[in-house]
Each structure stands twice: as structure tokens, then as C-alpha cells.
Design a protein around this ligand. Structure first.
Ligand code: THU
Length: 128
């Protein structure tokens, strides 16, 4: 299996999902080929929960990565789980029109472009 998908599936096991029980893993590949991973981290005040995708993006940014090629999202659903709306916004702002690869525990995959998931984005170009 593609190492990016393997990384997303592996980090999913670290999810702190004690409230929803819904574990998600994300793996973000930068332009140097480095993989930055994230899992969802839930909180007793539910609204402070951070999704796997945003954890991966923020970890990558804080490590100095700036250009990205692909993100993989892993969840245990038959219908593959796409990034939520908030994560689409963050992915767009930090990664642009990257490839989004969805994967489930059975190894089913689907590849999409972020532009198709998030067709008319608001971003910094409006306020620069
Ligand atoms: N979640 C993610 O981490 N990524 C997604 O793309 C969808 C939702 C998390 C948030 C919450 O911890 C749980 O899944 C249920 O919504």
C-alpha cells in the first residue's frame, strides 16, 4: 500500500475520540516527500475538538513545511469519509488544490482534487 495511506491508517489508531468513538487519521505529504500525520483530538467541551486533517496541517506548518502535494484521510466507514467543511478551508489555505485520497480499513480508496470538494473558496487573495 502507498506509504501515505499506511501513515493515515496508522495514526488513526492514536485518535482521542472518547466522545464520538469516530477515529480519523490524516497524513499530509510535503514537497520534500516528508509525511506529517494527525489524528482527531476530542475535548469534553465538544466544540474544541480538532479534526485529524487540521492537526496534520498545523503540525506540518509548525515543523517548517510550506508546500504540499497530497493528503490522505483514513476512517472506518464504507462510504469513504471526506474532510469536513472547516478542514476544507484550512487545507485550501495552506495546501491549495492538492490531491485528497480517502481510504477505509478495508483498503478501499478514492482520489479527489480539493478544488472539486471546495469549489468557490474564500482565501487570503480577497484581503491581500
Ligand atoms: N473528524 C475528523 O477528524 N475529520 C473529518 O474529516 C471528519 C470528522 C472527527 C471530528 C470528531 O472527533 C469526529 O470525527 C466525529 O465528528
Amino acid at each position: 500500500m502507498d506509504p501515505l495511506l499506511e501513515a493515515a491508517l496508522a495514526v488513526r489508531e492514536n485518535a482521542h475520540a472518547r466522545f464520538s468513538k469516530f477515529k480519523v487519521g490524516a497524513a499530509l505529504e510535503d514537497d520534500a516527500g516528508r509525511i506529517h500525520t494527525g489524528c482527531n483530538v476530542e475535548n469534553a467541551t465538544y466544540g474544541l475538538t480538532v479534526c485529524a486533517e487540521r492537526v496534520a496541517v498545523f503540525k506540518a506548518i509548525s515543523e517548517g513545511a510550506r508546500k504540499f502535494t497530497r493528503v490522505a484521510v483514513a476512517a472506518d466507514t464504507e462510504t469513504l469519509t471526506p474532510p469536513c467543511g472547516a478542514c476544507r478551508q484550512i487545507l485550501w489555505e495552506f495546501c491549495g488544490d492538492i490531491e485528497v485520497v480517502l481510504v477505509n480499513l478495508a483498503g478501499r480508496t478514492e482520489s479527489l482534487r480539493l478544488k472539486n470538494l471546495f469549489p468557490r473558496p474564500f482565501d487570503a487573495s480577497f484581503i491581500d
